[in-house]
Design a protein around this ligand. Structure first.
Ligand code: DLL
Length: 441
């Protein structure tokens, strides 16, 4: 366990430490129930019929592999709530995801789903230090996005106090922090950096705020980004992962060891597959996460292809939780840039940038295809203290960034340095990539 963590390890729900054999038995029982529930949805019913799948035909967890995959387009084809397995009257809430392209997708929850979800969020919040005596500022959007309400009810379940600040109006966020003294911040990692920056521009030291730790999720971030946020805000930063199609936040989260996010495997069956062959990859190898929601009443999700690339770690954790852990999401299959045959994830570019002194963690990757050849340009903000009107200094910095990106990714990109605070800041999920090839096709 990390010695720097200021709280003792605490387990919110005994299910988190269930022996693996008991967990597997529970998963099998829940998988059968899920197949039965999903069978009431016409979309699944016709797929199951074709393959001869019935709840009774699920004899072992390996039978999961006989089940069909689902993906975002199935949700769109069954718009708005065609994948729901309960009558409309039983829905208690509807969330949605706008996505970056196309129609939104909606996700329905029953009362029991909401209750279970609050419990899952409470688990990872407690694993990452939340206690009933704390005050938490939630700076996620409260709305269709699952981040705000999802975490809100998780915090309530723990018994801590909530400042439901929602996202945006950053100077007001800082005023709330100064006056109400929360120990905990919840938002996207990019918004935390934005808060630190606005704080400094107001003449305040973000390290002097009352914050002690934070739970970040909802977007890709790197270990270097964590170090930077921790330095700038003088906090410990925890990672948590989830997606609206499966439930929202609460699929996994870090404990005090902060070395991988504990998957809540009594509620989700998580596979890590080669996205091309759809065969399982080895432990610790990167693959696409494919998730089956085992306890969702309103929307049982079967083998949902998340497009998120991560690796799974089966090694037992010192904290006592028995679940496997997932590493950071390093990219999405639909974010992966194939540049003249080389696969590049935006996270590799972020890692390279943050390894160069003088580069700020604010950047925008742009991909174009002039003359049918992919070209990548990266706009990078220079840190204020490194920004100079001396051409030679800026040229040298640009060369250092260029070489580092080449070393990390194997491709050459065009680096454009821009003045501090010129790249748009996010209040939610940061936009890091503009792929003009997709916009035109
Ligand atoms: O972002 C749910 C969430 C809210 C998770 C708040 C954690 C905290 P969606 O809007 O549907 O749901 O977006 C889901 O965001 O497939 C990942 O690509 C990405 N994502 C979420 N958490 C992380 C994370 C919410 N910790 C999509 N690291 C997912 C990297 C993340 N990517």
């Amino acid at each position: 366990m990390s010695t720097e963590f200021p709280y003792e390890n605490r387990i919110f729900d005994p299910a988190e430490t269930m022996p693996r054999a008991d967990l597997h038995a529970l998963q099998l029982q829940r998988l059968r129930e899920t197949v039965a529930r999903a069978g009431q949805v016409p979309f699944y019913a016709s797929l199951f019929k074709k393959e001869g799948i019935t709840p009774e035909s699920i004899k072992t967890l390996d039978d999961l592999r006989r089940l069909p995959f689902t993906n975002k387009s199935d949700m769109r084809d069954n718009y708005p709530l065609g994948l729901c397995a309960v009558p409309r009257a039983e829905l208690a809430r509807i969330h949605g995801s706008s996505g970056t392209t196309g129609m939104p997708t909606f996700v329905g929850y029953t009362r029991n789903d909401l209750d279970m979800w609050a419990g899952l969020c409470a688990r990872f919040l407690v694993a990452g230090g939340l206690r009933p005596e704390h005050t938490v500022q939630v700076s996620f959007g409260y709305g269709l996005f699952t981040g705000g309400f999802g975490l809100h009810y998780g915090i309530e379940r723990v018994g801590a106090a909530i400042i439901p600040a929602a996202s945006g109006n950053t100077s007001r966020q800082i005023m709330l922090m100064r006056d109400l003294q929360p120990e905990v911040l919840i938002c996207t990692p990019s918004y935390a950096l934005n808060i630190a920056e606005v704080c400094r521009s107001m003449g305040l030291d973000p390290r002097e705020l009352s914050l002690k730790f934070a739970h970040f999720g909802g977007e890709m971030w790197t270990e270097d980004m964590r170090a930077q946020i921790e330095r700038e805000l003088d906090i410990l930063a925890f990672n948590n992962y989830g997606l609206s199609e499966i439930i929202g936040p609460g699929v996994s989260g870090e404990c005090a060891a902060r070395s991988g996010m504990h998957l809540q495997e009594d509620h989700f069956l998580v596979e890590c597959l080669d996205p091309d062959t759809l065969e399982p990859v080895e432990d610790y190898a990167y693959g696409e996460l494919v998730i089956t929601a085992l306890t969702r009443e309103a929307m049982p999700m079967i083998r949902y292809r998340t497009r998120d690339i991560a690796a799974l770690d089966p090694c037992p954790c010192a904290c006592g939780r028995t679940s496997r852990r997932m590493g950071r999401v390093v990219g999405r299959t639909d974010d992966m840039l194939i540049i003249r045959g080389v696969n590049v994830f935006p996270s590799q570019i972020e890692e390279a940038l943050l390894a160069v002194e003088g580069a700020a963690p604010h950047y925008l990757i742009e991909v174009n295809r002039p003359n049918n050849l992919d070209e990548v340009s990266v706009k990078v903000e220079v840190r204020p203290e490194f920004f100079s009107d001396k051409m030679s200094e800026m040229q040298a910095l640009r060369d250092r960034i260029d070489r580092k990106i080449q070393a990390y990714t194997g491709i050459h990109v065009t680096v454009e340095l821009v003045a501090p605070k010129t790249i748009e800041r996010s209040v939610g999920k940061a936009v890091r990539v503009v792929d003009n090839r997709k916009l035109r096709s």
